[in-house]
Design a protein around this ligand. Structure first.
Ligand SMILES: Nc1ncnc2c1ncn2[C@@H]1O[C@H](COP(=O)(O)OP(=O)(O)OP(=O)(O)O)[C@@H](O)[C@H]1O
Length: 249
């Protein structure tokens, strides 16, 4: 379980307090600049809050060593660039934890890379130079790199934003399939896919939490209006959000 207690960043977040349930797919949502990436980076231990505390399984995040953190969590940033001449295979294998040095480990490595590449539909691209992949292909490869180490906590900043409609659904299904063994926290703008797939949502606005908890109690017409300035219709039975319009010009 992840507990955020009175977390503040002077430029982005103010007094964020909430609990993220283990084994759930959790969406962080909010308008551009609402603080989603800042919150994810704080949970990943990349940014240190000015005040407040993050608890990871009853341990203060600030007291966990980088090595332990690397075993506990995987973090996928927005728009990662890779400037070296690596194949798709190499990029995915970068995510593996050591040791992978002797022959049997090499075979194991190949099996793991192939298996995760199949999950994220990038197996046919394994021999291709990573630099030559399209934006959406790169995004799926980066997600595969993060998933391969099987850390209990996966944090991903807008993982489906560069994907086409088929792969947006497919990747949400893949992430959902990681539950309940893992916990997955993603920043996401796609309203209807968040509503359909996320178990919980933290909805941010003006640096504060507008609402957090079970998705259907957070993504209400009033909360969407407050967070984004939009009107939307919600069908809780079919788990759909539709007819999205600006509420003000
Ligand atoms: N290092 C920094 N110094 C000052 N301001 C920053 C810094 N990093 C982010 N900000 C500001 O903090 C706010 C939150 O940024 P953040 O990237 O967390 O937003 P976001 O919700 O992820 O936005 P988006 O949907 O556009 O990706 C923004 O107003 C941004 O300009």
């Amino acid at each position: 379980m992840i507990k955020l207690e009175h977390l503040s960043f002077p430029y982005a977040l103010e007094d964020i307090t909430c609990t993220l349930t283990q084994g759930k797919l959790i969406g962080i949502m909010g308008a551009n600049g609402a603080g989603k990436s800042t919150l994810l980076k704080a949970i990943a231990g990349i940014l240190t809050p000015k005040s407040g505390q993050i608890w990871l399984n009853n341990r203060k995040l600030s007291g966990i060593s980088p090595q332990q953190k690397s075993r506990q969590l995987a973090y996928l940033a927005q728009n990662i660039q890779i400037h070296w001449d690596l194949s798709t295979y190499d990029v995915i294998a970068l995510g593996l934890l050591p040791p992978y040095s002797n022959l049997s480990s090499h075979n194991k490595e190949q099996q793991k890379v192939r298996s995760v590449a199949e999950k994220f539909a990038v197996a046919p691209l394994l021999d291709k130079p990573f630099k030559q992949l399209s934006g959406g292909e790169k995004a799926r490869v980066q997600l595969a790199r993060c998933c391969i180490k099987e850390a209990p906590l996966l944090l991903a900043d807008e993982p489906i934003a560069p994907l086409d409609p088929y792969y947006q659904i497919d990747i949400m299904q893949q992430l959902k399939a990681l539950m309940p063994d893992r916990t997955c926290v993603i920043a996401i703008h796609h309203l209807s896919l968040a509503y359909r797939f996320c178990d919980e949502v933290i909805l941010l606005g003006g640096g504060k939490i507008i609402a957090s908890g079970a998705t259907q109690s957070v993504l209400t017409e009033d909360n969407l209006a407050a967070a984004f300035g939009i009107r939307a219709q919600i069908d809780p039975l079919r788990r759909e959000i539709f007819a999205v319009e600006k509420s003000v010009d």
